[in-house]
Design a protein around this ligand. Sequence first.
Ligand SMILES: [Zn+2]
Length: 248
Amino acid sequence: MQTFLFTILALVAASIGSVLLSSSLLLLSNKWLSKVSNYLLNLAGGTLLGSAILGLIPEAAESLDIHELVIWLLAGIMLFFLLEKIILWRSCHDENCERQNHTAGSMIIIGDSIHNAIDGVVIAAAFLTSPALGLFVTISVLLHEIPQELGDFAILIKSGYSRRKALIMNMLSGSSAIVSGVCAFFLLEFMQGIIPYVIVVAAASFLYIAMADLIPEMHKETKPKESVIQILLIILGIALILFSNDHH
Ligand SMILES: [Zn+2]
């Protein structure tokens, strides 16, 4: 019962909480908004890498054989590559189309709903494993969702949505995490045996988000001073996970 309450709290914090936090950041001036958003992106990169490598993978290794573990990790990374590819196929009609530039606001919402639903499953599986794992998985989801939603908000506005409608759409896509998280919680409680596999695929998801989505974004920043700040923030993100993982 307590585990379920923690899970619900975490799901609400990570989905609705991140939308509210990101929309309150919209009150900042444009210059500060992009600064804060970039800093969060680096911090999130660190927490995602830390959670995957220091938290999720060692946790799964306690119940899975190493050969089985690495196969599922690899399969997970391929799965997320494929998933992202399908979303891009569906949203791109012209030849030089990038994720940032297309106008299909509805594809952003569908893509994010799928992404958020996966985050929800990850949170549920983590809390069913241990409260500590649940905590830093939630921190990792919350931190990467804020810059993600700020980006989505900008894209939705650009493709003609009003601020109000863009906010509601972000909320709706965010709440898919709550639905999937609650469903996953009950399903996984019945099938405890598959939790370690879900944890490995969760690690694959975090590694994929960090390295395929966040790091390319970080490399757009090339000034030496800002790059040093980036590295420090990534280390801070990893440290955040290390400390909350301490007693594990
Ligand atoms: Zn996410």
